[in-house]
Design a protein around this ligand. Structure first.
Ligand code: ZN
Length: 233
């Protein structure tokens, strides 16, 4: 596809697959990460390692991969009250939402991404959001992002397009998509270098990567891996 894309890239599994998807399609791809005082800040350290390996090991993608941007959004930690920003136990909260929900996070992220895209002349915003086997965060849903796309374009007089390649596939299919895009090499990279665990655990290595193994992010990643492996022995 012609045009330039800006990928919301956290260093996690989903945003890394979304990045590979963008690299497979767009002539130019830039990345954007956010520091919001997340407890699993270790994911930010994974970002440069993943980008470096993508450049080194995936030659057709190397020339398309452009600048990496990082923004400080510590205001989210200042607001607080979430298990992702405060020292509190992860638990199911009110309205069926876990207390890892950070209100406004994706709305803020996409708004900032649109501003960066405006400056960088990128037409496509790509994110790894998914509403299939997800944590129920309402700002990951397709309807939210469609409405946000309209608002952003009205507010900036642009024709930005929000692309979410993982929206309707589950975690097993996300591994499959990674395999289709970058083969075994990309699967290995995702297992080894991406980070999903809410506890920021990089000590325990499982077949599916590093993590505590019990937090909701680890459980989602592990069950997706098991289903993927069962159909791709
Ligand atoms: Zn975990």
């Amino acid at each position: 596809m012609n045009g330039k894309a800006l990928v919301l890239f956290s260093g996690g599994q989903d945003s890394t697959v979304a990045l590979a998807w963008a690299l497979d399609r767009f002539e130019g791809v830039e990345t954007l990460g956010f520091d919001y005082g997340q407890r699993h800040k270790v994911e930010l350290d994974c970002r440069p390692v993943i980008l470096e390996r993508l450049r080194r090991e995936f030659s057709p993608w190397a020339e398309r991969l452009g600048a990496d941007h990082r923004l400080d959004v510590s205001v989210l930690k200042e607001i607080g009250g979430s298990a992702l920003t405060d020292a509190m136990a992860i638990a199911q909260g009110e309205k069926g939402l876990p207390n890892t929900f950070v209100p406004g996070r994706n709305i803020l992220f996409f708004t900032l991404a649109a501003a960066v895209a405006y400056r960088r002349e990128a037409k496509f915003l790509v994110g790894g959001m998914c509403e299939t086997d997800y944590s129920g965060y309402p700002d990951c849903r397709d309807d939210t992002l469609k409405a946000l796309q309209a608002t952003l374009n009205l507010g900036m007089e642009t024709r930005l397009v929000i692309e979410t390649p993982l929206m309707w596939i589950d975690k097993a299919k996300t591994w499959e998509l990674a395999e289709r895009l970058g083969g075994r090499a990309l699967i290995d990279l995702i297992v080894e270098e991406t980070h999903s665990c809410y506890e920021g655990n990089r000590e325990r290595r499982h077949e599916w990567g590093y993590g505590c193994g019990v937090c909701p992010a680890c459980r989602l990643r592990a069950s997706g891996w098991e289903r993927y492996r069962a159909s791709h022995p």
